[in-house]
Design a protein around this ligand. Structure first.
Ligand code: SPV
Ligand code: MG
Length: 291
């Protein structure tokens, strides 16, 4: 089996159930770089964010290539491990067997694959279509993903999202760990953390859990750490939500004030954007090679 890449190994080392790693969502390389600069342990290559950035629903609308090239660009732009959200794996186990090596080659440290049917619907969408594939079928998909080697494979069960209850969620999570998953992502859209806390307490702890606390934001990272079961917390969509509000406020203010002077103090200076573009590196290249 191919050895873990350095960034995959670094991510694995950070999946510490006593002190969970924290990943921030990103939808482009700039957001990924800002997440790494802020100090997040990893970057979440969110399908929801990328879909939103294209102004389409998170429902298997964007082609795999669009997501894959964004993950590659995000991995190139900054040093933190990228965790790619590959949704349902773009089809069955055969599709997974062809897709995951491409993600490995793109430099991602981990893939997260969920046990919903293809095409998927967003887990958080009110009244969304939440149908799961049979447990055995998803084990086959996980085995196909693991066979690629070189990266971590995180299995995500949508049993709670689909309303199937804790017992089914535990049955699936356990079966996915047995199929070789390096961690199990358990998702809930309850507005309070009781459902997820119940699952975490009942989890036998065979592999670390992963949480995406979007719906129950009152649960702090310290409280998650105290459970001793969770290795990774994903901030699922906070880059795109922050960007949307910041752009709306700036755009409205410019039109309302009839000029751009008023927003000057609230937006990033142009010099900061040059720095984020890697201007320092280009100056070195210019000095060395431009004659
Ligand atoms: C994503 O960010 O794309 C996720 C998390 O998969 S959620 O949108 O909550 O399903
Ligand atoms: Mg997603």
């Amino acid at each position: 089996m191919t050895m873990l890449s350095p960034r995959a190994a670094a991510l694995r080392a950070k999946l510490d159930v006593a002190r969970p790693a924290v990943a921030m969502a990103a939808h482009n390389p700039l957001a990924a770089k800002l997440a790494a600069e802020a100090g997040f342990d990893a970057v979440w290559g969110s399908g929801f964010e990328l879909s939103a950035a294209h102004a389409v629903p998170d429902a298997s609308i964007l082609p795999m290539g669009t997501h894959l090239e964004m993950m590659r660009a995000m991995a190139e732009a900054q040093p933190a491990p990228v965790i790619a959200d590959i949704d349902t794996g773009f089809g069955n186990a055969v599709n997974v067997a062809y897709a995951v090596p491409q993600y490995r080659a793109a430099g991602v440290a981990a893939v997260v694959m969920e046990d919903k049917t293809f095409p998927k619907d967003s887990s958080l969408r009110p009244g969304g279509r939440q149908e799961l594939v049979p447990l055995g079928e998803f084990q086959g998909k996980l085995e196909a993903a693991k066979a690629a080697g070189g990266l971590l494979v995180i299995a995500r069960t949508e049993a709670l999202i689909a309303g199937l209850g804790q017992e089914e969620a535990l049955r699936r999570g356990t079966a996915y760990a047995e199929a070789g998953a390096d961690a199990v992502l358990i998702h809930s859209k309850q507005k309070t953390p009781e459902e997820i806390l119940g699952f975490c307490r009942a989890w036998p702890g065979r592999v670390p859990l992963v949480l995406v606390p979007t719906s129950y934001p009152q649960l702090s990272f310290a409280e998650v750490g105290a459970l001793g079961k969770v290795g990774l917390i994903i901030c699922g969509n906070h880059a795109i939500r922050a960007a949307v509000r910041a752009m709306q406020e700036t755009f409205h203010r410019i039109l309302a004030e009839g000029g751009i002077a008023g927003v000057e103090a609230q937006i990033a200076p142009v010099a900061e954007i040059f720095a984020l573009q890697g201007d320092a590196r280009m100056r070195q290249i210019e000095a060395k090679y431009l004659r």
